[in-house]
Ligand binder design. Structure first.
Ligand SMILES: Nc1ncnc2c1ncn2[C@@H]1O[C@H](COP(=O)(O)OP(=O)(O)OP(=O)(O)O)[C@@H](O)[C@H]1O
Length: 234
């Protein structure tokens, strides 16, 4: 079964068409990289996929569950990390982990294990907002992965991270894909995309340039395709 299916999705903000009749699928084990200029529509698409932004047209399916008509089921199968980590005000690291366990029906022991795996035992009483960018990102990613989502959507997951945290995030993402997750991520970091992704798609003004899907790619190839696509349209 195709894990993530995006079918003719359009998202508008007033007169702005952020996502334009976009269709794509991400299959189990794939790590699909979405490249596009600032404002191309990546975050808008991801928010539609995650069910936190209403579509103007089209449909999203996660493991066969419609994000429109069966969003509770779809959301249980999907984990989404926004480009800027988001937390609840007034809740500590441990309280976030416990809330996560309650929402997703996992054990408190797993929640405690996530805090430990993140090396946050001594910071459990702090609000996540005061943690470093890397600590926040790893905390959210490990929380997301601990419930073994079938679909993982990551908006610029490596921005602002040091090289050691980058290695850790990459390893977690690869492990998740090897275990069968369908991964969709955006990044402006071409070397990372070339190394990590099994397939790359280009988004130009809300439209997917499907002819630019590439199965094997070097940084140079990605860069030249990126530049070509935008030169064609300028
Ligand atoms: N809440 C909003 N209201 C109005 N316009 C919006 C809103 N969110 C995004 N847009 C517009 O939609 C378009 C796509 O923006 P989006 O944030 O999805 O792009 P992006 O590819 O994620 O960009 P970046 O790489 O800079 O993060 C842009 O023209 C943006 O100005």
């Amino acid at each position: 079964m195709r894990m993530l299916r995006v079918h003719h999705v359009t998202k508008r903000y007033g007169q702005t068409v952020a996502v334009d009749e976009l269709s794509m699928t991400v299959n189990p084990g794939e790590i699909v990289g979405l490249l596009g200029r600032n404002g191309a529509g990546k975050t808008s698409l991801f928010q539609c996929i995650a069910g936190i932004s209403r579509l103007d047209q089209g449909s999203i399916e996660v493991c066969g569950h419609s994000m429109q008509s069966s969003s509770e089921h779809a959301k249980m199968k999907l984990a989404y990390l926004p480009d800027v980590p988001e937390f609840f005000d007034g809740l500590t690291v441990v309280q976030h982990a416990m809330l996560w366990a309650m929402i997703y029906g996992t054990s408190k022991a797993e929640a405690v294990a996530v805090v430990k795996d993140c090396g946050l035992d001594d910071h459990g009483h702090l609000e996540p907002a005061v943690l470093s960018r890397g600590e926040q990102q790893l905390f959210l990613l490990r929380l997301a992965l601990a419930r073994k989502p079938s679909v993982l959507v990551l908006d610029e997951p490596l921005t602002g991270l040091d090289p050691i945290v980058i290695q850790e995030v990459k390893a977690l993402v690869v492990d998740a894909a090897r275990a069968g997750a369908s991964v969709l991520l955006s990044s402006h970091n071409l070397p990372l995309v070339a190394e990590l992704c099994t397939r790359v798609c280009f988004l130009v003004e809300g439209r997917l340039m499907t002819e630019s899907d590439v199965q094997t790619h070097s940084v140079e190839e990605l860069e030249s395709r990126f530049l070509d696509l935008h030169a064609i349209r300028s």
